[in-house]
Every structure is written in structure tokens, then in C-alpha cells.
Design a protein around this ligand. Structure first.
Ligand code: ZN
Length: 150
């Protein structure tokens, strides 16, 4: 097993065992529920927006290690960011997850999230990793539900 794969597994397992911001958020003013029928993952995202900025964020849900760790990393990544910054981050995450294996992506903005880049080799896992992001964007848009159908 290569070093990057070991690191990937360690980070994913750490976030799965100890999910960050894993709670329903009191006073949340944007929420959405996401469902990935391909794996059975469920996630709820709670955002407390003040003006244009995410003041606090939480999530709840049940799913595989990839979906849980992705949601956990997401909450750390979006706290304190503006909706425009989150849209820009989403675009990079989306690019990373859906790119052809081995091709480049803009990794400068990603930090720890880059650890999920290995997922793009496994098309069925892309939806697991993308679910929380999909749900986050639904919440920001004011949609209550985010479900993968394709
Ligand atoms: Zn999954």
C-alpha cells in the first residue's frame, strides 16, 4: 500500500470515528436532507448564516465511511466562509471528484479535502463523497432535499 493510500485511510477513519460538528445545530436557518440511493447514505446539513457568512455548521446522518468523513471535513471547511467562497470551494471539490483519474485539479484551495481525491477512481464512491456537498448547496439554495437520481 502506498503512503498516500495509508494517509487517506487514516484521515478517513479518523473523521468516521470522530466526526466533527456531528450534531443538530440550534438556531440553524438553512437546512437540507440528502440521500444517496446508490449506497443508502443519509446526511442532514444545518447552517447558521449571518448575512452572507456561515457562522456555524453541523451535520447528522448515517452512511458509509466515505460519506461520513466527507461531511465531517466539509463542516470544518465551510465554517466562517461566505456563500461565494463556499460556491468556489464546491466547484473545486466537484472538479476533483469527477475528474478523469490521473488528471489535474486545483488543489490549492482544498487543504485536508484533497485526501478525498482518490475517490475519483471509484465511480460508485464519488456519490458517497459528494452527497454532503450536494446537500450543502441545496441548503444554501433553500431546497429542503438533495437526492441523487442519475
Ligand atoms: Zn456511501
Amino acid at each position: 500500500m502506498s503512503e498516500i493510500r495509508e494517509l487517506y485511510q487514516e484521515v478517513v477513519m479518523d473523521h468516521t470515528r470522530h466526526p466533527r460538528n456531528f450534531h443538530k445545530l440550534e438556531g440553524a436557518n438553512k437546512t437540507a436532507d440528502g440521500y444517496n440511493p446508490f449506497c443508502g447514505d443519509r446526511v442532514s446539513i444545518f447552517l447558521k448564516l449571518k448575512g452572507d457568512r456561515v457562522e456555524d455548521v453541523g451535520f447528522q446522518g448515517a452512511g458509509c465511511a466515505i460519506s461520513t468523513s466527507s461531511a465531517s471535513m466539509l463542516t470544518e471547511a465551510v465554517k466562517g466562509k461566505t456563500t461565494a467562497e463556499i460556491q468556489a470551494l464546491y466547484d473545486v471539490v466537484h472538479q476533483m471528484l469527477t475528474r478523469a483519474p490521473g488528471t489535474e485539479f486545483d488543489d490549492e484551495k482544498l487543504g485536508d479535502l484533497e485526501i478525498l481525491s482518490g475517490v475519483s477512481e471509484f465511480p460508485t464512491r464519488v456519490k458517497c463523497a459528494g452527497l454532503s456537498w450536494h446537500t450543502l448547496m441545496a441548503a444554501l439554495k433553500g431546497d429542503k432535499e438533495a437526492i441523487f437520481t442519475e
